[in-house]
Design a protein around this ligand. Sequence first.
Ligand SMILES: [Zn+2]
Length: 99
Amino acid sequence: MSVDPLSFLDGNAAAGELREVFAVDLTAAAGQCARCGRVAVLAEARLYVHAPGLVARCAGCDGVLFRLVKAPGRTWLDLRGLAYLQIATPDEQDRPPPA
Ligand SMILES: [Zn+2]
């Protein structure tokens, strides 16, 4: 499958929208793709913004990781493409990264 690298942004471009929903920067959270099992930080996702909302796709298999759509007074967040998210909490940020 050929992917045009100019047709998407990287997952970092979703930081502001995700911060409004969760009040933390989730682009640094590690998530597992429910389709292929790849584990990566959300910043590595391929972010498509030419849709009614944001669509983040797995850099490994192109499966949808999450969809985020905003309308006045509400936000929809579809996370079914993620098996899990691992979010650093303050006590974990003080620990050295795993080897
Ligand atoms: Zn995947």
